[in-house]
Design a protein around this ligand. Structure first.
Ligand code: NAD
Ligand code: WQD
Length: 330
């Protein structure tokens, strides 16, 4: 089966390529490399000893996407391509809305034209906004505080409407919680552009000495230690969740939380990293970051029941694998 992976050179996409290849799928990647490097795909091929067909195209370009569908018989698509930095999306909202929404529209349109019925979409826990934890798939979505989050809400709606109208169209909307970690080979992982915004890459860059200390955004939340709680999920568990979703796809739209169901505080993650890797992480407490919520974690019963998938890698292995990748790539 030929699977088109948009954004396949990126962090989650590249790990998912490994899981797809290992599960026996053929993989075609479409990526404009705006936030990734071709070297990552070379490493995926090295890890799996399998080939990937690569197109350097922008998936908002309908002509280029059609050309790809003309050349290959596509059986399904996993759409990762997107811009993902929350803060940046507030500075350049039009670029975020355009890239993230137009790409979804073009891909759905081309899928319809070429009769491709399997569509897996990368959404985010950010769509739950300030709902009460744990987050369930059937909760009403709250307005998010940024264009990035809105672009995910709108893309979800577009795909839901499209699935109602195209007979046989099967969509899985996957809402990721906080992906961290790296492939255990240490060859691929997350490479943030400039100073990291996310916690785990910030910690690894402090550990390696690129940054002097971690700033913890607030210790006055109503959580057990006052710091923010998140549902960190190992990127390889997440990758395997995509294979499970692809296998299960059925007509209409299914939404799944891909998380562990367990919350970890900022301080707990710092301590786990220190323990797993035997490195001290200096930190200071600073004020809250605008737009952050106290707690975000998933209810994961739906994915477990329907997809037969469960995240099972520990916080410790997330810390070990993130560190191994940082060391290999510093
Ligand atoms: P990433 O930036 O590492 O990967 C995205 C890839 O898409 C990059 O390789 C980039 O070059 C490519 N891309 C972007 N726009 C493109 C376009 N128009 N045409 C072709 N390629 C394009 O990000 P990631 O962390 O791997 O995220 C993948 C998806 O998952 C994104 O849609 C993101 O919004 C979503 N997501 C990520 C997180 C997270 O914390 N990493 C959480 C929830 C959801
Ligand atoms: C985690 C915790 C911070 C950095 C973001 C997006 C979300 C999704 C995943 C795409 C929070 C604290 C962080 C630091 C800190 N992405 N923190 N110091 O904000 O939960 O989610 O990435 O869909 O949409 O919003 O992740 O890793 O930035 O933060 O104290 O230097 O770590 O306050 O409690 P977040 P994060």
């Amino acid at each position: 089966m030929n699977i088109l992976v948009t954004g396949g050179a990126g962090y989650i996409g590249s790990h998912t390529c490994i899981s797809l290849l290992e599960a026996g799928y053929s993989v075609i990647v479409a990526d404009n490399l705006c936030n990734s490097k071709i070297e990552t795909l070379k490493r995926v091929m090295k890890i799996t000893n399998k080939e990937i067909i690569f197109y350097k195209i922008d998936v908002t370009n309908e002509h280029d996407v059609e050309e790809l569908f003309e050349k290959h018989s596509i059986d399904g698509i996993i759409h990762f391509a997107g811009l993902k930095a929350v803060g940046e999306s507030q500075k350049i909202p039009l670029i975020y809305y355009y890239n993230n929404i137009v790409s979804t529209i073009i891909l759905a349109k081309v899928c319809e034209k070429y009769g491709v019925k399997r569509f897996v979409f990368s959404s985010s826990a950010t769509v739950y906004g300030e709902n009460q934890v744990p987050f369930f798939e059937n909760m009403n979505l709250m307005p998010t505080t940024n264009p990035y989050g809105e672009s995910k809400v709108i893309s979800e709606r577009i795909l839901t409407d499209v699935a109602k109208e195209i007979p046989g169209f099967s969509v899985a909307i996957l809402r990721y919680f906080n992906p961290v970690g790296a492939h255990e080979s240490g060859l691929i992982g997350e490479v943030p552009n400039g100073n990291p915004n996310n916690l785990m890459p910030y910690i690894t860059q402090v550990a390696v000495g690129k940054l002097d200390k971690l700033r913890i955004f607030g210790d006055d939340y109503s959580t057990f230690d006052g710091t923010g709680i998140r549902d960190y999920i190992h990127v390889m568990d997440l990758a395997e969740g995509h294979v499970a979703a692809l296998r299960y796809l059925k007509e209409g739209v299914q939404v799944y939380n891909l998380g562990t169901g367990k919350g970890t505080s900022v301080i707990e993650l710092v301590r786990a990293f220190e323990e797993a890797n035997n490195i001290k992480i200096p930190y200071e407490i600073v004020s809250r970051r605008h737009g952050d919520i106290a707690a975000c974690y998933a209810d994961v019963t739906k994915a477990s029941r329907e997809l037969g998938w469960r995240a099972n890698r520990s916080i410790r292995s997330m810390c070990e694998d993130s560190w191994r990748f940082e060391l290999n790539n510093k």
